[in-house]
Design a binder for this molecule. Structure first.
Ligand code: NDP
Length: 485
């Protein structure tokens, strides 16, 4: 049977675009469909605009420190309108770069929603094409909790489109997005309250690192309340005296809900007026915005997957094997839609492994082991490998750990501490995990990640000469274990 294309990629995010280009470079005939903006979550409404906002939000600290270093500088005001204009110009530029990369790689672009009719047939608007292989790379979208009036709240997509900076924001959640935006918005001068239902933010990260980061966030002025969740919300202008009594336990465990039929739409219904909120601790407050950072869900609805015979998992994700192949042999899936590890560089690796497997005759599993990552809070949290808690379950360990005031901030009169931590296997001496809470921890953990991935031991770290004076030198100068387990 002949096909119109060797590969049809559905989704123009980081994973899909990379897979399309690399496949086309093998001589394959490739097409890609994107219904919204080329670049996907990372470029258009995730990593990139978020990181630019992280930079914008870090200036008040820089101004403060500069005065301590002898500079006569004043804060001035942050102009969201000016920043937003520049931000969107940059996103437009990057979108164009992605488009040009595809054009330059001879990948045919379809601007529209692709729907699968069968394992080899894809419909885009009124055009139907066939492909030998189809790659699903449709990503995910933010979800709101299933509660009345949840659509009054905003999600991360909406932040970049806000008309004006709110005075106050309540953030629900304790994951990456909640913590990053708590710090960003606080840095931009917004009064930030954060409710997290669990005992400590950033579940799954190293306990000591989470604790220090939470302390720093509180010390900086974020009103972080753990063990707390939202129970009710309504427009502040409404009368709440007759509000129904609520079962807070039910609200604490309520599953999250998809926000809109079009997952790429920026919001369903965003409140234009302040929102009254009741919390599980009984407090009632009014906020300009409520930001739900309560997780993300795979984009698998309405693209004909089940009709084509593709099996989905419990969370609606495309179920794949180690080679990213779905239950239908001609259909593969990579990135957030598979709900494996929701990180851009991982989606890209999965895309490249797919091309190796299918177009280069070299079956390759994407490597999900020892993935370094960073939470871009203030300070940042960088992590690779096992947490102390995970490692203890696995084998006997030693923990090397130091917490100190870094020179730059100490000179500026700040009391904030950083954390450098190594989790070491007692027997093999291998570094099982590294956790850093500090400014630029994201940059540091990338480097540590190489050594850990190579299987470095504590003695390899010890043999490495320190770069002095830096914060990171502590990672090679910790002599005695803080504890063994
Ligand atoms: P996460 O899954 O990291 O966090 C979701 C948070 O919402 C958790 O704290 C969760 O609590 C809480 N939550 C879930 N449902 C409810 C509910 N019904 N009521 C109250 N709270 C609820 O998701 P994010 O949206 O923050 O991020 C999604 C993914 O995107 C991340 O896992 C990460 O892989 C990726 N990402 C990576 C970034 C980076 O690399 N810097 C930045 C941003 C995102 P609980 O812990 O109790 O489940």
């Amino acid at each position: 049977m002949t096909f119109d294309y060797d590969l049809f990629v559905i989704g123009g995010g980081s994973g899909g675009v990379r897979a399309a280009r690399v496949a086309a470079a093998t001589g394959a005939k490739v097409a890609l469909a994107e219904e919204y903006r080329m670049g996907g979550t990372c470029v258009i409404r995730g990593c990139v605009p978020k990181k630019l906002m992280v930079y914008a939000s870090s200036y008040p600290d820089i101004f403060d420190d500069a005065r301590q270093y002898g500079w006569d500088v004043q804060h001035g005001d942050f102009n969201w309108g000016n920043f937003r204009t520049r931000l969107h110009a940059e996103l437009d530029r990057l979108e164009e770069v992605y488009r040009n990369l595809l054009n330059g790689s001879d990948v045919e672009i379809f601007d529209g929603r692709a729907i699968m009719d069968d394992p080899h047939t894809v419909r885009i608007n009124d055009k139907t094409v066939t492909a030998k292989h189809v790659l699903i790379a449709t990503g995910g979208h933010p979800v709101r909790p299933d509660m009345p009036n949840a659509d009054l709240g905003i999600v991360s997509n909406d932040i970049f489109l806000m008309e004006k900076m709110p005075k106050s924001v309540l953030i629900i959640g304790g994951g990456y997005i909640a913590c990053e935006f708590a710090c960003i918005l606080h840095g931009l001068g917004v009064e930030v309250t954060q409710y997290y239902r669990g005992a400590q933010i950033l579940r799954g990260f190293d306990d000591e690192a989470r604790g220090l980061l939470a302390d720093s966030m509180i010390q900086r002025g974020i009103n972080l309340h753990v063990g707390t969740n939202i129970v009710e919300m309504a427009p502040a202008s409404e009368d709440h005296t007759g509000a129904q009594p609520t079962n807070s336990d039910a609200a604490m465990g309520a599953p999250a809900q998809d926000i809109a039929s079009n997952p790429k739409s920026d919001t369903a219904k965003t409140a234009k007026e302040p929102i009254w909120v009741k919390a599980t601790n009984g407090t009632e407050k009014v906020f300009d915005h409520v930001l739900f950072a309560t997780g993300r869900s795979p984009n698998t609805d309405g693209i004909g997957l089940e009709e084509a015979g593709v099996k989905l998992g419990r969370r609606g994700e495309v179920a794949v094997d180690d080679y990213s192949q779905t239950s239908v042999p001609s259909i593969y899936a990579i990135g957030d839609v598979t709900n494996r590890v929701q990180l851009t560089p991982v989606a890209i690796r999965e895309g490249m492994a797919f091309v190796e497997t299918v177009f280069k005759g070299n079956p390759t599993k994407p490597d999900h082991d020892l993935i370094p990552s960073a939470v871009f809070t203030q300070p940042e949290l960088g992590t690779v490998g096992l947490t102390e808690e995970e490692a203890r379950e696995q084998e006997p360990i030693e923990v090397y750990c130091t917490s100190f005031r870094p020179m730059q901030q100490a000179f500026a009169g700040k009391s904030e501490r950083v954390l450098m931590k190594l989790v070491v296997a007692k027997e093999s001496r291998k570094i099982l995990g590294c956790h850093i809470v500090a400014d630029h921890a994201g940059e540091m953990i990338q480097m540590v990640g190489i050594a850990v991935k190579m299987g470095a031991t504590k003695e390899d770290f010890d043999r490495t000469v320190a770069v002095h004076p830096t914060m990171a030198e502590e990672i090679v100068t910790m002599k005695e274990p803080m504890r063994s387990a």
